[in-house]
Design a protein around this ligand. Sequence first.
Ligand code: ATP
Ligand code: MG
Length: 878
Amino acid sequence: MIKSGDEIRQAYLDFFESKGHLVMDSAPLIPKNDPSLLWINAGMAPFKPYFDGSLEPPKKRIATSQKCIRTNDIENVGKTARHHTYFEMLGNFSFGDYFKEEAITWAWEFVTEVLELDQDKLWITIYREDEEAFKIWHDQVGLPEERIVRMGKKENFWQIGTGPCGPCSEIHYDRGVEAGDSKEDVLGGEGDRYLEIWNLVFTQYNYTEAGEYKELPNKNIDTGMGLERVASILQETETNFETDLIKPIIDQVVEMTGIPYQQDQESVTAYRVIADHIRSASVAISDGALPSNEGRGYVIRRLIRRAARYGRKLGFKEPFLYKLVEKTAEIVKGVAPDLKKQLAHVKNVLKSEEESFLKTLEQGLNILEEMLAELEAENKEVLAGKDAFRLYDTYGFPLDLTEDIAAEAGIKVDEDGFEKEMEAQRKRAREAREETSFSSGEVEKLYAEFKAQIEEDNFTGYHSLKEKTKVVGLLKDKQKVEKLGKGENGEIILAKTPFYAESGGQIGDKGVIKSDNFEAEVKDTIKKADVFVHQVEVNRGELKPGSAVEAVVYHNRRLATARHHSATHLLHKALKEVLGEHVNQSGSLVAPDRLRFDFTHFSALTAEEIDEIERKVNQAVMKNYSVQTEIKDIDEAKKMGATALFGEKYGEEVRVVKMGNYSLELCGGTHVDATGDIGAFKIVSESGIAAGVRRIEAVTGEYALDYFNSKLDLLNKTAAKLKTEPDNLLQRVKQLQKEQKNLEKDLEALKQKLAGSKKDDLIDQLQEVEGVNLLTAELDGLDNSALRNLNDQLKDKIDSAVIVLASKGENKVIFVASVTDDLIKKGFKAGDIISKVARIAGGGGGGRPDMAQAGGSKPEKTAEALAEVEKIVREIEG
Ligand code: ATP
Ligand code: MG
């Protein structure tokens, strides 16, 4: 008897394999080559190119279990029995192969014979006008008419804008009145009684711009069955959340809080939301997503924050979500095995995101509470959209969170106002983007014109660095021109070119374009509208469209660039080996003199890790793997295990770069012939550039040599300066540090001694002015503390006096003054005295009545300043 989630999945895939389907792995949650989609949200989503015919499927029948994220169902999570943000969709697909009859009869066979669902509880819906489907269900499957319910277009016709579309038929399971008896608990209703488990879509029409439904020559089948829903039926649980696909996570949280799952409605919702969101967030992160403030990243952030917030309701004070990742990985391993491989990374991301959320939560909560209190005081019931937006924009409060908290105070949030603010922000961002891209529109057209005159694949630079060719077009100042002459800067477009144009992080080639009576230097090569554009300065002669020329790439520079590019591939591989499979390229620069590689990883690399990575790359260099490139079908390339980049658009045919059996990457760049050509590889820096993204800079070949030599040179010069050998340098520095410490100690002792011997001399200099003991003295070369120390000692020895000491240094003078208690009572204040004194020496300062210090910038006025003290005393006493 099939029961567990894993068993259901396996039974499904086995069943369709027996019906001639190719079973494929789930695609990652992040769509490849599909900017219209934030997340893979259905089994068919990764196969869109097979459906619209832009790519040939590996087989006409495919079956998968696909991980899905549906954020539009987020509000339903925990409220209905059947909705998740993350779930698994079992699907069988036909690309112009079998159609309705097989799709329906197989679905029925699977549900009744393999899963052994009770036939009496199954209900079928079809599209009102789909007689073909009705006949198959009624005549072939043998269902009574009343079990086949006809529905409208809204429910049972699949269509998005123009393009392929068609009717669908759904299988529902009646869970009985116990599951719900509201008016929504009818077939096709929103209630939980009639559970939709499987949707069969018959893509048979093309909806045209003219509004016609035209029969498609190749009809497709796309079906989707929710694994969690089927599991809830077979495991006889009240909702999906008690199945073995989710409940173990809830159990773990219950163990942590001690609050029973079903204590009350609030606890049930909290547990369900947490268990649901941890599944979506962890699988998405293991597929390369990272929390951020926009797009996909914001969805992740929102899921984590929402789960964290429900955690607060269950009493969690510290981050806890990361503790659930292991259990989650165990549950989803059948469809998302990568999560297990990346436990540490996923936990790190979750932990630090929850930590930072707790911090902003506190700040934001305070602000929201102030807002709410103000509203309550004014007897208002609605929080303004712009306030909610401020919380969102500055404190990362998702709207629903603000709404939840506001609702607790009986206050609503102006959602329309919030949306308006949001739209205004999006518009600003859009305009900023358009501004930068608009200005070049006209020129783009020009390049496209040239493109039409050039053969496909006119780049010959993978194999040769020289090419005899012809000028197709010339440009100057973004205008087409008929000639380029000596001294002019412009752009040359060639029929064929060996010059690599900047792309994939590798910078463009430099070189010369020349003929017998012409020569121009190519300063850079870029791609515009797929045309290779040589940016030149003409040194000699004149060039016209149609001229025969020779294009020559600077050989050494290209080779140096190739070294860095090939090293980048080795580095990418070594990073994955040392840090883990979660490492993925997020940016790169390949230049002749260095490489820069940005990748996903959560913490700073340790010295040991850097060392190990460097070692692995250099070992691969020494193994001297031959570097081979091949053009392959994209799927074949992926099957071979080639590393593809996130967010990169790949065509049907891709170039695969292979370095022995060490590295395999999709790449259009230029490379060395064998890894030994790289010579040497040295990492020169490692740093963080964004949350979860690190950057490594490295050098190869002669630049690595230069790097080593300059460091050695520095070492040698430093050693020479310190009169020792480089090998003894550390020893020598330690010794010098020790010597310096001793010298400092001696100096301090000497100063104290000197001050002590001065003390007696100074006491002799005591003079009486108007019956007050006065001592002023200049003691050059003493620092602040020595001067203060001396002043203290004098004060100890003399019962009654005003003491002002000065010490001159280069460009400055410092003063310390003290007054004994009996004289303070008479109105003498050290602070007042010193500020007057210091002012004369170009400074200021002050302090307490008994003790004060100050500085001045005119040491030459020291004597004059000290003489002032006597005047001050006379003034006060006189
Ligand atoms: P519903 O009306 O219940 O939201 P749907 O019409 O959105 O379902 P489809 O888009 O047809 O569902 O997806 C196919 C199958 O995937 C559904 O029959 C269901 O079993 C499952 N499914 C869809 N959305 C979810 C979800 N949010 N959580 C769990 N399973 C889902
Ligand atoms: Mg839905």
